[in-house]
Ligand binder design. Structure first.
Ligand code: CMP
Length: 140
């Protein structure tokens, strides 16, 4: 399996409840390394651009309001098969469907307020990482 990097976001519902450390522990226990990380408060326009692919979905406006409501922690996770591994550690989008022990099973509050985002493929990971970080900020 190849060494990969993926973009992770700890969402407002989790930062607000002071869960950043507990969520980071889940990543590290799974063998993922946090090679870049910063806490930022996104504007609605910045969120809208990030989630552009969902622009036609009925939940888009609600999603953008939520992601701009409180600070988030954006981070780059590195490891063997990091993209799939991170999605495994996160669990299903809807916490009602998330496997026991996953981040969303333990911490998410709803399908919208689901604590974490993770890239879904190598191309999106590269684009999402570049949206938030310069090469100099990635310290492996
Ligand atoms: P994420 O992995 O960040 O990608 C898009 C997000 O849209 C998703 O997680 C959910 O938080 C959100 N989302 C998906 N479906 C719904 C929905 N039905 N209602 C509200 N938000 C949703």
């Amino acid at each position: 399996m190849a060494l990969e990097r993926t973009l992770s976001i700890i969402k407002p519902d989790a930062t607000k409840r002071n869960l950043t450390g507990k969520i980071n522990a889940k990543f590290e226990e799974a063998g993922l390394r946090i090679v870049a990380q910063k806490r930022i408060h996104l504007t609605k326009a910045q969120v809208g651009k990030f989630y552009e692919v969902h622009a036609e979905r009925p939940f888009y406006d609600e999603l953008c309001d939520f992601m701009a409501s409180e600070p988030v922690v954006v981070q780059v996770l590195e490891g063997e098969g990091a993209i799939a591994k991170n999605r495994e550690v996160m669990g299903a989008t809807n916490p009602a469907d998330a496997a026991p022990g996953t981040i969303r099973a333990e911490f998410a509050q709803s399908v919208g307020e689901n604590s974490v985002h993770g890239s879904d493929a190598p191309e999106t990971a590269a684009a999402e990482i570049a949206y938030f970080f310069s090469g100099l900020e990635l310290v492996g």
